[in-house]
Design a protein around this ligand. Structure first.
Ligand code: LLP
Length: 398
């Protein structure tokens, strides 16, 4: 993304911490992925970033929405997605949530035999999707891996005969087979291998219409990470699905559910250095006016988000432990990180904030979510105001 050249005006107007989203970047990512995978329907995985302004950009780019809760479904509808362009990939949903999905007419993908049975009992003769766990996975961190027997996601491929029997007994057609191998992988070979495996499994479903390869497309977070060659991946998947269709003698639809790839690099979190502490063992702490309440990826996965010093981009480099203002020892964005010399009052930008940044935020320590500005060329719009204490306490009674 481009941090806008007038960032200091925005900071003067809105304060920090401040989220800045480069809309042109989002649109470019959508178009690049659509062009590379023009044989696939794209569903933006809204869990990555549910800012309504962003969801509307995704919908206006022709994407559907991948949702995992009724509120995500409702948000997608409000942002203009048609029900049939919403895929609800459930995980441990309740009966009331299933009823909601059915009433709203969204496409449901169930992730357990038990849920499939409950769906078949409620909707005999209807169509549904299933998520399959085929034991092959990839992710930026073991904590974002979703395959194998220890994973809570999906119906294990060895249980496909049971799934087919449950569906057949209620004349339910399993028309969509989905797989999501994990999040943030940068290994193209894993995706190709997983695609072959899920295609092989999908061939076992007589009512198959759509194969959904899930999301997980990673982005580079640190030097040395190789960004995915999306065009090469598209060509490789195109060849695989073509062979699959020839083998089965008919045409199918194909889908993807990217989240991070579309949103991550579009957005930065701006924060101000509030405290510079020279440690007794030689380290220097930079304490920011943000914390893991706004970005928990470093604390949760050790994720190495790039940090820039916007106030002094050309200063000589110095090494810092960069931390937040939350009362927890894990509240660090980086240890021993080299950035241009920073002083109290400088504004730093934490990059790749657009996916699983604000979306995983909390009000811990009663700190409010950051304000958010969308930058679209010359237009700069406040898309989220800073929450007040009243906002944070609104649901408490008494
Ligand atoms: N489809 C399904 C069924 C998913 O569970 C997910 C992500 C996606 C698609 C989108 O994955 P993406 O393309 O964004 O990688 N909090 C973690 C990531 C958790 C992802 C959860 N599921 C992180 O910050 O890395």
């Amino acid at each position: 993304m481009q941090v806008p050249s007038n960032w200091s005006e925005l900071v003067a107007r809105c304060g920090t911490p401040l989220v800045l989203c480069d809309v042109a970047f989002v649109r470019a990512q959508c178009r690049r992925l659509r062009a590379a995978f023009d044989f696939c329907d794209l569903f933006y995985s809204v869990k990555a970033n549910y800012s309504p302004a962003l969801v509307r950009v995704m919908v206006s780019e022709g994407l559907g929405v991948d949702a995992v809760s009724p509120n995500e479904v409702e948000l997608a509808l409000r942002c203009g997605a048609a029900p049939e362009r919403i895929v609800y990939v459930e995980n441990n949903m309740s009966d009331a949530e299933m009823a909601f999905a059915v009433e709203r007419g969204v496409r449901l993908v169930v992730g357990s035999l038990s849920r499939l049975k409950k769906y078949a009992a409620r909707c005999p003769g209807a169509r549904v999707g299933v998520r399959i766990n085929a034991d092959v996975g990839g992710a930026h961190h073991a904590r974002a891996f979703t395959a194998g027997p220890q994973s809570k996601f999906g119906i294990h491929f060895t249980q496909i005969p049971e799934a087919l029997a449950i569906a057949a007994a209620a004349q339910v057609g399993i028309d969509l087979v989905q797989q999501h191998i994990g999040s943030g992988w940068l290994d193209e070979a894993i995706f190709a291998e997983a695609a072959d495996i899920i295609l092989r499994q999908a061939a076992r479903f007589p009512d198959l219409e759509t194969v959904d390869f899930g999301g997980g497309f990673g982005v580079a977070y640190k030097d040395g990470d190789h960004p995915l060659d999306i065009e090469r991946m598209g060509a490789s998947l195109r060849a695989r699905v073509a062979a699959f269709q020839v083998e089965l003698g008919r045409e199918f639809k194909f889908a993807l559910e990217p989240g991070r790839f579309l949103a991550a690099e579009s957005t930065a979190l701006l924060a101000t250095v509030q405290d510079k502490k020279i440690g007794v063992d030689g380290r220097t702490f930079l304490g920011l006016d943000t914390g893991f309440n706004h970005l928990m990826r470093p604390a949760l996965y050790n994720s190495p988000h790039e940090i820039r010093n916007l106030s002094r981009p050309d200063a000589q480099l110095a090494v810092y432990d960069i931390c937040g203002n939350i009362c927890e020892s894990t509240d660090f964005f980086a240890r021993a990180r080299e950035i241009p010399v920073a002083e109290e009052g400088d504004v730093l930008a934490i990059m790749n904030y657009g996916a699983y940044g604000a979306a995983m935020g909390s009000a811990y320590n009663l700190r409010a979510p950051a304000a958010e500005v969308f930058v679209d060329g010359d237009i700069q719009v406040l898309t989220r105001r800073r929450a007040s204490l009243e906002d944070l306490l609104a649901t408490f009674i008494g």
